[in-house]
Write a protein that binds this ligand. Structure first.
Ligand SMILES: O=C(O)CCC(=O)C(=O)O
Length: 260
């Protein structure tokens, strides 16, 4: 499968802060990723402290392991993923969108099991990250299931990447972060996707997803890219997105809550 380099996609990304990538995987390839994904969810491939609950601030219903399962660094936990097609295709899209010096910073899985019903809190990714002199960053969010309004497709606020970071605060249990925003915000846009399709967003684009209220699972694979020199700067400051220490907090001074 070839990825069409399209000027339109780059322009949309710069203008809106997000843009569809189009198909990244064939149906057969989607099946292969689902297989690895499910082995991670079941624990057959261990994820240790890289696994956490992005919705842990909401009481879990009986029998629910996590409201929103988040597994950082699947490619480090299971290196064969690096040789599967997604990484090279997503890298090509990332380079088209933010420049040829983009390399993989980290990857992650975010899963919403049927009827867990917990929204991903509104946030801008950059609030989780240390402030860097070059802020170019792109996340490629790829659906492994049909992503719909009711199972938690992504929502973005068009143009929010050009505004200052909002103040972020820890979620009520202190394990994740959030900011004020809603679906009523001007420019808020839902992005339903088919399996194997992706959407790219910048590090400063406001986003969230509804809880999964359906009978079906919502699996997403997310890959984050930024300039190689900035990754080196991050790592020098101990920022590795959970590879060594999976602590999720406000790190960007521009997004700090007064007194937190
Ligand atoms: O999958 C989700 O619900 C949230 C994804 C997200 O926050 C991200 O990709 O940065």
């Amino acid at each position: 499968m070839t990825i069409n380099a399209s000027l339109e996609r780059t322009e949309l990304f710069q203008q809106d802060g997000f843009a569809l990538t189009g198909p990244l995987l064939s149906p057969e390839e989607v099946e292969a990723y689902r297989d690895v994904y499910d082995q991670m969810l079941s624990g057959r491939i261990e994820s240790g402290d890289k696994r956490s609950d992005l919705g842990s601030h909401v009481p879990r219903k009986e029998g629910v392991e996590e409201n929103i399962t988040q597994i950082m660094w699947p490619s480090a936990l299971h290196p064969p993923l690096l040789r599967m097609p997604l990484h090279s295709r997503a890298l090509a899209v990332a380079r088209e969108l933010i420049g040829d010096d983009a390399v993989l910073d980290f990857d992650m899985l975010i899963h919403k099991a049927p009827h867990t019903g917990v929204p991903t809190p509104w946030h801008q990714d950059a609030a989780y990250w240390v402030d860097l002199p070059d802020t170019r960053a792109v996340s490629i969010w790829m659906a492994l299931d049909e992503a719909t309004l009711d199972n938690g497709c992504m929502w973005y606020v068009r143009g929010s990447h050009r505004e200052p970071l909002r103040v972020h605060r820890p979620t009520s249990d202190g394990r994740n972060i959030e900011c004020d925003c809603s679906e009523d915000e001007p420019g808020a846009t839902a992005v339903p996707l088919s399996p194997g399709e992706g959407v790219a967003h910048s590090g400063t684009t406001l986003h969230y997803s509804r809880g999964n209220t359906t009978d079906h699972t919502r699996r997403a694979y997310i890959l984050n890219y930024r300039p190689a020199a900035m990754i080196q700067l991050e790592r020098e400051q101990g920022m590795d997105h959970g590879l060594e220490n999976n602590e999720r907090k406000v790190r960007n001074k521009n997004a700090e809550t007064a007194g937190s």
